[in-house]
Design a protein around this ligand. Structure first.
Ligand SMILES: C[C@H](CCC(=O)NCCS(=O)(=O)O)[C@H]1CC[C@H]2[C@@H]3CC[C@@H]4C[C@H](O)CC[C@]4(C)[C@H]3C[C@H](O)[C@]12C
Length: 325
């Protein structure tokens, strides 16, 4: 499972947790403007916006899990099994494979209204990257540096584009159902609860934090959706980049999957392999990994963004202990 958010305390931070039981060998990859993006059914994109994110380098093709471009548009693909449907090729449409969707959008759009325009002629097609790498069933959160976000889901009954008032996404069920489910948590609050139960019962507020007692704590996608939305809406908005990045990671880590809690096979547990976030206003990419909680930084502006070659960084996973004596 995964969780993706846009957090807008001052600048705007977009990214995700990637939860899985196996690692793909993904890296931080900066794709500069003149890297030739090939598409299966559409012409090459020779010049495009530069982007940074996490991807699998598959024979010099960056298969992005999530990324953000130099204009401050971000996009993440999250698992959507059983629902995600990819269609047959259609004449006259922009036929894009699911694994091409991120570069297709981030390569040419600057903001959400341009994405909505682009998607008017969009058709997501049923193609595998290769025999060995089948198309994953995904849905997408797309957000820009105004803080606006949308969700794109391609279901059996067609493509849906939802405006996203909460700025987060997890996995199943459909986004509309996730939003509806928030109704069940309307009374969750950071404040101490008022006794609406009965004036016949004395409730003395025996513990701090009782307002969030009924916040769901599970690893499942509905629980994570409610939890991350609540935690994000109530996170402080600070002045400095360090404080805001720190708060951003507190939000994502609050829905982290700790190893051992989400069993997916006899001896297999899903866990949060990495958490990442890009400052959409500044093009600075941050990440932590399960074993390395230090915040690591790749600033895309420090690269030659006019180059035509992928720029890759290995994820730093070594635990960082500061010995004080
Ligand atoms: C597995 C991940 C979702 C995490 C998640 O939700 N896990 C719960 C599993 S479960 O639902 O609980 O069982 C998703 C998120 C993004 C995906 C990549 C996107 C690019 C590319 C697309 C190609 O088509 C196939 C290969 C490819 C590298 C993809 C591999 C994999 O699919 C990635 C990593």
């Amino acid at each position: 499972m995964c969780t993706s958010i846009i957090f807008s305390p001052k600048d705007h931070y977009f990214g995700r947790n990637l939860d899985l039981e196996v690692s793909f060998g993904q890296q931080v990859i900066v794709t500069p403007r003149n890297y030739n993006f090939k598409f299966r059914k559409m012409p090459d994109m020779k010049k495009h916006f530069a982007m940074v994110g996490i991807a699998l380098n598959a024979g010099n093709y960056p298969l992005y899990f999530d990324a953000a471009n130099e204009k401050g548009l971000g996009m993440a693909g999250l698992n959507y099994p059983g629902n995600a449907t990819y269609y047959k090729e259609k004449e006259g449409k922009d036929n894009i494979a699911s694994f091409e969707f991120v570069p297709w959008v981030l390569g040419q759009c600057s903001n959400i209204s341009e994405v909505k325009e682009l998607l008017k002629n969009f058709n997501i097609i049923d193609l595998n990257f290769s025999d060995k790498m089948e198309a994953s069933p995904l849905h997408w959160l797309i957000a820009d540096k105004s803080g606006t976000s949308i969700v794109v889901e391609t279901d059996k009954d067609g493509m849906h584009i939802y405006d996203n008032p909460v700025g987060c996404l997890t996995n199943n069920p459909q986004f509309s159902k996730q939003l509806f489910n928030l109704n069940n948590y309307a009374d969750i609050s950071p404040a101490m609860p008022k006794n609406n139960f009965s004036d016949k019962v004395n409730m003395d507020g025996y513990s701090r934090g009782l307002g969030s007692r009924n916040l769901p704590g599970g690893m499942d996608s509905e629980s994570r959706f409610v939890r991350v939305a609540f935690n994000k809406f109530n996170a402080p908005h600070c002045e400095t980049e360090e404080e805001n990045v720190d708060n951003y990671f507190h939000i994502l880590h609050s829905v982290e999957q700790q190893r051992g809690l989400d069993q997916v096979g006899p001896d297999a547990f899903e866990y949060t392999i990495y958490s990442d976030g890009t400052n959409l206003d500044k093009g600075i990419f941050y990440y932590t990994t399960y074993t390395n909680k230090q915040i690591n930084v790749v600033d895309m502006n420090k690269e030659d963004l006019d180059s035509d070659k992928l720029i890759t960084y290995e994820l730093l996973t070594k635990p960082n202990f500061n010995h004080q004596n």
